[in-house]
Design a protein around this ligand. Structure first.
Ligand SMILES: [Zn+2]
Length: 125
C-alpha cells in the first residue's frame, strides 16, 4: 500500500507531517504572548558550563536531571516543541502566528501569515 502524500497546508487538519513524513492528523493552536519575567529580561537558555552544573545538581533526582538536560539540549539545538510549564494568564494574542502539531510524532510546525516557516522545508537530518 503506497501512502498518499499531502503537502502541509494552513487549510487542512491532515497532511504529510514535516517532522515524521507520515500522513497524519494535525492539531492547530493559536499562540499567546507572555512577557519574559527573568531578572535580566531576556529569554532563558541553559548551556555550556551552566548545563554541566545542572547535570550534577544534587537538588534534583537523577531522572529529573536527565529530563532537564534533554529539554535544554532540544532547545539549544533550535528545536521548537510544546512543553508543559507553569500556568500563565495572558490576554495578549499573537495574531498571524499559529502552530500545527502532529498527532503521530508531536512535532510542532510554526506558521506565519499562513505559511509554514518551521521546520525548514529543506532541512538536512
Ligand atoms: Zn509527525
Amino acid at each position: 500500500m503506497t501512502q498518499q502524500n499531502i503537502a502541509p497546508s494552513f487549510k487542512l487538519t491532515r497532511f504529510t507531517c514535516p517532522g515524521c513524513n507520515q500522513l497524519s492528523e494535525q492539531a492547530w493552536f493559536n499562540t499567546y504572548a507572555n512577557r519574559i519575567a527573568s531578572t535580566d529580561g531576556v529569554p532563558l537558555r541553559i548551556q555550556g558550563a551552566d548545563l554541566e552544573r545542572l547535570s550534577q545538581n544534587p537538588q534534583f533526582p537523577p531522572e529529573v536531571r536527565k529530563q532537564k538536560i534533554e529539554y535544554w539540549n532540544r532547545v539549544n539545538s533550535g528545536e521548537v516543541f510544546l512543553d508543559r510549564w507553569a500556568p500563565v494568564h495572558t490576554d495578549v494574542f499573537v495574531a498571524g502566528l499559529e502552530l500545527s502539531v502532529c498527532h503521530g510524532c508531536m512535532q510542532a510546525a510554526i506558521w506565519l501569515g499562513g505559511e509554514m516557516v518551521y521546520p525548514p522545508r529543506d532541512r538536512e537530518e
